[in-house]
Design a protein around this ligand. Structure first.
Ligand code: FES
Length: 197
């Protein structure tokens, strides 16, 4: 059995005090180490917590944007299929007019009898041919198909003539072209495929 403190000698008391100090120091060190480990664990948790909240926020933002976008109607602006092309007198005899090719993909041609309008689409694979004034022919840049001024094919892989589109006179005397009505070769004698003036 250990002696009571008051019965211990001063040397024993000093040694006991020294042991207590060492144990306290060891205990303090142990606790600081535990605190440090706990802090590291919490900072990792904070990191993953912030990461998941961030992901949630991004997802929520994208969903909100999609919802707002869906409230606006999607409108496709397509040009009208019918347009007025000016007065017959605006077109010189024999001319192939490219005035409406860019916007409506149409050439308007005037000959001695009247007008016809050719839809500028190669019948091979659908490229847009060019009008070559000096050679008096349409030439497709894709695979070399060639067409006469009438739109009839004569060279290259095009299997048939280009289509014509409806041409008529509007009430005010202007040419009226409707690209939604097409005339394939063989129907060019139908009203609308040619305009006599
Ligand atoms: S698309 Fe015109 S020749 Fe092929």
């Amino acid at each position: 059995m250990a002696k009571a403190e008051k019965e211990q000698t001063p040397e024993e008391l000093a040694a006991l005090e020294e042991r207590r100090r060492i144990e306290q120091a060891l205990e303090r060190g142990k606790r600081e180490k535990e605190r440090a480990q706990l802090g590291g664990l919490w900072s990792r948790r904070d990191f993953f917590g912030r990461l998941s909240w961030g992901g949630f926020g991004v997802f929520g933002g994208i969903s909100l944007l999609a919802a707002v976008r869906s409230t606006f109607p999607r409108v496709l602006f397509t040009p009208p299929s019918t347009f007025k092309a000016g007065f017959p007198g605006d077109y010189p005899m024999g001319e192939v007019s490219e005035r409406f090719k860019k916007e409506f993909r149409v050439w308007i041609v005037r000959n001695e009898e009247g007008f016809y309008a050719i839809y500028a689409k190669c019948t091979h694979l659908g490229c847009t041919p060019r009008w070559l004034t000096t050679e008096s022919k349409f030439k497709c840049p894709c695979h070399g198909s060639g067409y006469y001024k009438t739109g009839v094919n004569f060279e290259g892989p095009a299997p048939r003539p280009m289509d014509r589109v409806r041409i008529s006179l509007a009430e005010d005397g202007q040419l009226l072209v409707d690209i939604s009505v097409k005339y394939v070769y063989g129907t060019w004698d139908k009203p609308g495929a040619f305009l006599k003036v």
